[in-house]
Design a binder for this molecule. Structure first.
Ligand SMILES: NC(=O)c1ccc[n+]([C@@H]2O[C@H](COP(=O)([O-])OP(=O)(O)OC[C@H]3O[C@@H](n4cnc5c(N)ncnc54)[C@H](OP(=O)(O)O)[C@@H]3O)[C@@H](O)[C@H]2O)c1
Length: 429
């Protein structure tokens, strides 16, 4: 039986469950023995869910001697700082393959080492880094890639989906929902990477590289989060047949691309709208297949560790011709993007305005100046006689024009309080 020597760096939520799963399988997968030659974390004395003493402990990777040099490192530490960069350089210098759950490192710094891993024919598995237990990398690689993928979209972050779902279910504010999510273990005390859309964007970068065979760079992609969403907009959207979700989209426009992570209204009966709480979903649309979707847990110790085990199996069949993204990274063209203003969508605008003759006419004029038609205008009930809340749904329009309308509305003397602007994605299925 073949033996593969592995080192596991990071023994937290994900790493400790990788050890547990390997123990459960007697360290054997597909007739190959995986021998743990080293484990490491920050604090050696921390209580863990497995017997740490069974394995050699190394303070860090520089301690690994030639005799216990691993064939493969599993990195479940996280982050994209110097220590992690040094670990990836160490792998390259010592010809060690890598399996990682670390989407931040791959999405933000990957462009500086993907090519080297490919050139040296080293395996770099990242199934666990994108959508946890949802086997999307494998699905794209094995079954869908021969067909041309035209768009990928879905919910790529479980924490924000949990917060939004709770707002709907319990009719509570964003802040109350965030507090509950922290209490229930679905959000960290510092969830800024989730809430800002950064984490979803990390995954979108990696999945776009894989789906389109172009180099997408994190710094070129727009992302927006859910910190400013309001319960009232969720409720009003439902009345119009829409549900709000943090939607990640990447789509082909001839030779260019459009990518975005943003809170959007989508049809309430779509699969994406019905994917609630900590679940993630990804849909892929292409030339030869109409649509293919995968739904599942995007996080959690066992679910994510399962994806690492799946990568261990894939490592065994990894061949020299295959690159990280199925195509060698150095042969992938750099993705270029359409001007976002060319992509037109309807927008939802909610605002409070003075209850005065002529105000509606002024609003209509501001829209008309930018050649935007108003599809519908709804006046909401209020006990306040002086100020009325209204909702406007625009016809499809580019982001540049709607931004100018919002600016002019803000400069008017009839707008009171803030204005909510939400893009409507009617085609999300
Ligand atoms: N949690 C999930 O559900 C999930 C899902 C998908 C992807 N991921 C990704 O998986 C990675 C790990 O996430 P996690 O939730 O398992 O994190 P975690 O529970 O915080 O575990 C991180 C581990 O890294 C160790 N560590 C920190 N700094 C270190 C250093 N300088 N040297 C060696 N070890 C160090 C920690 O040591 P101590 O234990 O001693 O503190 C801990 O064992 C991240 O990239 C994350 O984005 C997580």
């Amino acid at each position: 039986m073949k033996t593969i020597k592995i080192a596991i760096f990071g023994l937290g939520v994900v790493g400790s469950h990788v050890v547990k799963l390997l123990e459960k399988n007697s360290y054997t997968l597909d007739n190959t023995k995986f021998k743990i030659v080293s484990i490491s974390a920050k604090n050696k004395n921390k209580k863990r869910n497995f017997n740490v003493k069974k394995y050699p402990w190394f303070k860090d990777f520089f301690d690994l001697s030639q005799s216990n040099k691993p064939d493969l490192i599993i990195e479940t530490i996280g982050g994209s700082g110097k220590f992690i960069n040094d670990l990836y350089k160490y792998c390259l210098k010592n010809k060690i393959s890598l399996i990682t759950a670390n989407k931040a490192q791959l999405a933000e710094n990957g462009h500086s080492f993907f090519g080297d891993f490919d050139e040296m024919n080293l395996y770099l598995g990242f199934e666990a880094a994108v959508l946890g237990a949802v086997p999307v990398v494998r699905a794209i690689e094995q079954s869908i890639l021969p067909s041309k993928i035209n768009s990928i979209y879905g919910i790529f972050n479980g924490t924000t989906n949990y917060i939004i779902s709770q707002m709907y279910e319990n009719k509570i504010s964003f802040q109350e929902s965030l507090n509950q999510a922290i209490k229930n273990g679905f959000a960290e005390q510092d969830s800024s990477a989730d809430l800002s859309g950064r984490d979803a964007n990390h995954k979108l970068v990696l999945l776009s590289n894989l789906s389109f065979g172009n180099k997408f760079e994190f710094s070129n992609l727009d992302y927006d989060g859910i910190e400013n969403i309001k319960l009232i907009d969720l409720e009003q959207g439902l009345k119009l047949g829409y549900k709000l979700k943090l939607v990640s989209i990447s789509e082909r426009h001839n030779k260019k691309f459009y990518s975005s992570v943003a809170p959007c209204f989508i049809p309430e009966n779509s699969l994406v709208a019905k994917t609630d709480f900590e679940e993630n979903v990804i849909s892929l649309e292409g030339d030869d297949f109409l649509k293919s979707s995968l739904v599942g847990k995007g996080a959690g110790g066992y679910p994510t560790a399962t994806s690492i085990i799946s990568d261990l199996k894939r490592y065994l069949t990894h061949t020299d011709e295959k690159g990280i993204f199925k195509i060698k990274y150095q042969n992938m063209p750099k993705a270029s993007f359409i001007n976002h203003s060319l992509r037109t969508r309807p927008y939802y605008l909610r605002m409070s305005v003075l209850n005065k003759v002529g105000v509606l006419k002024s609003i209509a004029q501001i829209f008309a100046q930018k050649s935007i038609s108003i599809k519908s205008l709804i006046q909401l009930n209020t006990s306040n006689e002086k100020i009325v809340p209204i909702i406007i749904i625009s016809d499809p329009v580019g982001i540049d024009k709607i931004s100018k309308v919002v600016k002019n509305l803000k400069n008017s003397n009839f707008l009171k309080k803030e204005i909510s602007v939400i893009r409507i994605e009617e085609n999300i299925g």
